[in-house]
Design a protein around this ligand. Structure first.
Ligand code: NAD
Length: 486
């Protein structure tokens, strides 16, 4: 068992294929960088076509066996994974802190504990699946049977790496699919630990495989592979388009969880915590969350007060190394993201939004590391770049509105549609707006989704449904059988 020590450079070039760790066909080194220090902490290898083929081949050979196991066998696997979690949770937290900069004091809760939470909720959902069910009570000889989709390629991002990996690997295996996971090359270390945990459960060889790589390489090889039946992807809208195009020639099923530009409608009668709740959520994970409420729309009578609350919150938000104890924001993941956020902040200034906190450059006292100043813009006008584009950093745009209709029009004027938010003491208004806002999820007055609910969007945010029973059904095909002997 490998201990994940950030003080030591790890070499993890192998892939997990057909139940064992194998060397890459042609090693292609890639450094994993700690965003708090800008120093390399590990070397992985990016895979090649032969590595992808070997992993897909192993998954294909294992499919017939795994897809015909009794559901109880697959359920048992998840219970064993839960046992492994207790043994490895601190390794997972240490790896995630080092590879993507989630602060060590909150990493376990904010990042790692998603894993057991999802596992338990998937077990509950799995127990409710009807593998064969009549299409109507009086039509017992016409049934719908559920069967595993096949070999699936799972491509995941770095921002909440173990959360997104768990949301794909576990339901796919429960459904009876066999998988090839390609984690983000920015944050691959937690995926190694998960592979070690899965190996320790005794899962039969070939059912789960892991190949590292980048989007151009293993990512697009999986997407266009004739023996891959489905791709489940979380990441940018741009990569989602490339994957859909690459998958088109084989007509495989593609499930996409993409970016967002959440609107948070704050009415003057909202509860006193509404603005604080909104900006805290916007800055969560240094703003690197696809469901961040990054556009705060505030009803005019409450506008100045809301700006003051947000400004004071941003000015009091501490930014520090992810390796420092305490409650603070860590860095953003890499230089590319840091540069992009800087240029988006600059565009807000250039387009005359009113900068009320933060701005370009690093926070005072931090001379290296990919740290961003918690930033708030007021008087943001619909159509400005910071209002349209996903920033994926701790940057809030505040926009005034006068009427409900205007607020809905601004909120819906985006290609994205992941999560929108409503804050008001008027329940009828909340319900009315929840139905009008175009998004896969609406959160009213801070009431969080239940653990059994799905996560997923519409339009440029993708249409996948992850979590709960919906998340398992993503990996199931429905088959109609007429003439079934009841
Ligand atoms: P990214 O799209 O650059 O990379 C995500 C993954 O896709 C990585 O594993 C990468 O190697 C791979 N990839 C990139 N290009 C590819 C291609 N052409 N073909 C196949 N694979 C490819 O995204 P990122 O920068 O890692 O993550 C940030 C983005 O992810 C943000 O836009 C964010 O909103 C989105 N995201 C969405 C959700 C959601 O559930 N909707 C959750 C988290 C992140």
């Amino acid at each position: 068992m490998i201990k994940y020590q950030v003080s030591k450079m790890l070499a993890r070039r192998e892939f997990y294929i057909d139940g064992q760790w194998v060397s890459p066909t042609r090693p292609r080194d890639h450094h994993v960088i700690d965003p708090s220090t800008e120093q390399p902490i590990a070397i992985i290898s990016l895979g090649d076509q032969e590595d992808t083929d070997a992993a897909v081949g192993a998954a294909k050979r294992a499919f017939e066996f795994w897809s015909s196991t009794e559901p109880a066998v697959r359920r048992e696997f998840v219970l064993k994974l839960l046992e492994q979690y207790e043994l490895r949770k601190f390794d997972l937290a240490e790896a995630i802190t080092a590879e993507m900069g989630a602060p060590k004091s909150s990493c376990l809760v904010d990042q790692v504990e998603c894993l057991p939470r999802h596992l338990r909720s998937f077990i509950d959902a799995f127990d409710k699946i009807e593998w064969q069910s009549p299409i109507a009570p009086d039509l017992a000889n016409n049934i719908v049977a559920q069967s595993a989709v096949g070999v699936v390629g799972l491509i995941t991002p770095w921002n909440r790496p173990i959360n997104q990996i768990t949301l794909k690997v576990v339901p796919a295996l429960l459904a009876g699919c066999t998988v090839v996971l390609k984690p983000s090359e920015e944050a691959p270390l937690c995926a190694y630990i998960l592979a070690e945990m899965i190996h320790a459960t005794g899962l039969p060889k070939g059912v789960f495989n892991l190949v590292n790589g980048d989007g151009q390489g293993v990512g697009s090889q999986l997407s266009s592979h004739p023996d891959v039946d489905m791709i489940s992807f979380t990441g940018s809208t741009q990569a989602g388009r490339a994957i859909s195009a690459a998958a088109a020639s084989t007509l495989k099923h593609v499930a996409l969880e993409l970016g967002g530009k959440g609107a948070n409608l704050v009415f003057a009668d909202a509860d006193p915590d509404a603005v604080m709740r909104g900006i805290r959520h916007c800055f969560f994970n240094s703003g690197q969350a696809c469901n961040a409420p990054s556009r705060m729309l505030v009803e005019r009578p409450y506008y100045d007060q809301a700006i003051e609350i947000a400004r004071s919150f941003a000015l009091n938000t501490i930014v520090a190394s992810a390796h420092t104890e305490g409650k603070h924001l860590g860095p953003v993941v890499n230089k590319r993201q840091w540069d992009r956020i800087q240029s988006l902040i600059q565009s807000g200034i250039d387009q005359s939004a009113r900068l009320v906190a933060g701005g370009t450059g690093r926070p005072n006292g931090l001379n290296s590391g990919y740290f961003v100043r918690p930033t708030v813009f007021a008087d943001v006008v619909p159509g400005m770049t910071i209002e349209r584009e996903e920033i994926f950093g701790p940057v809030l745009s505040i926009i005034p509105f006068d009427t409900e209709e205007e607020a809905v029009a601004i909120a819906n004027n985006t290609r994205y549609g992941l999560t929108n938010f409503v804050q008001s003491a008027d329940p009828e208004r909340c319900n009315r707006l929840a139905l009008k806002l175009r998004a896969g999820m609406i959160e009213v007055n801070g009431i969080r989704r239940d653990a059994s609910a799905f996560f997923g969007g519409i339009r440029d945010s993708g249409r996948a449904r992850e979590g709960g029973i919906w998340g398992i059904k993503e990996f199931l095909d429905t088959k109609l059988i007429s003439g079934w002997a009841p």
